[in-house]
Design a protein. Structure first.
Length: 217
């Protein structure tokens, strides 16, 4: 029986995108349940699947996992045949460090530039906090690529959990037309060319739900 991944709107839910794109990329079978945000009944519906009242949540038989990074770690244990984390120890340690930094950091960027998969590409002025986050992102990307990324187009060569954690940031940098270096732009283009990314984007474009607070000018 396939696992079930419970997610929120694909247009806006950055946390849902992370495990979804990872599972699709590695061909891990799952059913999905989409619960639109911003409705009176949204939280009650999510609580049926996630004790935190937030998406995403994963159900695998009698096992329940919620929160994106915990889901990714569970999938890595469940599917050791998939290179969800880099195989080499030093690369894996750095990938996990970056994933954790993304999980808890970059607050200025995330607050100022909400994820919106449907937004037309338009420049949006950055706050000093958001600009500082972009500078740190580019530093982190460059370091990972220099030390471990020679074998491919992603942070650690091949697509892995660290890339999944930064996927929503790629959307933000793209749709708000943030000025980045050519290597960062190349990494963004590689991410946005993934079949899993294209599938998520198509589903997001087809959604009818609109949440105004995510619709920045």
């Amino acid at each position: 029986m396939p696992m079930t991944l419970v997610i929120a709107n694909k247009a806006y839910s950055s946390w849902s995108l992370r495990p979804w794109i990872l599972m699709r990329h590695f061909n891990i079978a799952f059913d999905e349940i989409v619960i639109p945000l911003g409705r009176e009944e949204s939280r009650a519906e999510i609580l049926l699947h996630s004790p935190s009242g937030k998406c995403p949540a994963l159900r695998d038989g009698g096992v329940s996992v919620w929160e994106s990074l915990a889901i990714i770690e569970y999938l890595a244990e469940r599917h050791p045949d998939c290179a969800i984390w880099p195989r080499e120890k030093a690369a894996r340690a750095q990938a996990r460090s970056l994933a954790a930094e993304m999980h808890s950091g970059f607050v200025g960027l995330r607050a100022h530039l909400p994820m919106n998969m449907r937004r037309p590409v338009r420049r949006f002025e950055l706050t000093p906090e958001a600009a500082a986050d972009v500078a740190r992102l580019e530093q982190a990307f460059a370091q990972a690529r220099k030390e471990f990324g020679d074998g491919g187009t992603f942070l650690f060569g091949d697509f892995c959990a660290a890339d999944a954690m930064f996927a929503p940031v790629v959307n933000r940098l793209h749709v708000y037309d943030v000025a980045v270096t050519p290597p960062t732009r190349a990494y963004m283009d590689a991410m946005m060319a993934l079949p899993a990314w294209l599938a998520w984007s198509a589903d997001a474009a087809a959604e009818e739900w609109i949440i105004e607070k995510y619709e920045r000018a």
